[in-house]
Design a protein around this ligand. Structure first.
Ligand code: 5GP
Length: 201
């Protein structure tokens, strides 16, 4: 885990009660979904929020990956105050519904940096973890493998560079997703440290 520039200098000294909020940000193709799935398998006290999106499902994508809706339904939900945060990413809208994790569980949000900023305004104690790819090649390969077009891969890589630069300013920790199990262990350690009320993971 590399130190980040950070945005806070202190956290309350005592352990906090659930739900803590863990925001995982990172460019497309960095493997956030895989890392988070593995993390949830290891830690049953985590609850992953299911986002809404206007993006159509990718071929082979699990129907539970998102709540897939059309733009009118998304905007109506936003208008009704149904989102904790929402943002446009490339051509589509993505939003976190107002969360209601089961009692005792901590909340995990897999969102972009615009959404992370909104959540941190609402809950400055949320822990923001930035995942980065070991290389642009690894990131592009992952995007291609999931069926993104070459044009989309280029747009994602360009957007990803901007996202990483912005996310470094708000992240509590930066983790390079090189080896899946070590990455998951690093995230698990950050989460445990936050649960214990440690000042900085
Ligand atoms: P993808 O289309 O690859 O599933 O997601 C594109 C981007 O949208 C990713 O950076 C992902 O983290 C982000 N994203 C997914 N859900 C949400 C959400 O609820 N809110 C925001 N702000 N971004 C999201």
């Amino acid at each position: 885990m590399a130190p980040s520039s950070g945005r806070r200098s202190s956290r309350p000294p005592s352990a906090r009660k659930p739900p803590l909020v863990f925001i995982v940000v990172g460019p497309g193709g960095v493997g956030k979904g895989t890392v988070i799935r593995r993390l949830l398998e290891r830690d049953d006290r985590l609850y992953l929020s299911r986002s809404w999106t206007t993006r159509p499902p990718r071929p082979g994508e699990h129907e539970d990956a998102y709540h897939f809706v059309d733009k009118a339904s998304f905007l109506a939900h936003a208008e009704a105050g149904g989102f904790l945060e929402w943002a446009q990413v490339l051509d589509d809208l993505y939003g976190t519904p107002i969360p209601s994790p089961p009692p005792g569980k901590d909340l995990v949000l897999e969102i972009d940096v615009q959404g992370a900023r909104q959540v941190l305004e609402i809950d400055p104690e949320a822990v923001c973890i930035l995942l980065v790819a070991p290389s642009v090649e690894a990131q592009s390969a992952r995007l291609r493998a999931r069926g993104d077009s070459e044009e989309h891969v280029s747009r994602r890589i360009a957007l990803g560079e901007k996202e990483v630069a912005e996310a470094r300013r708000i992240a509590d920790a930066v983790v390079v997703n090189d080896d899946l199990e070590s990455t998951v262990s690093e995230l698990a350690a950050i989460i445990e440290a936050a649960r214990a009320g440690v000042t900085r993971p």
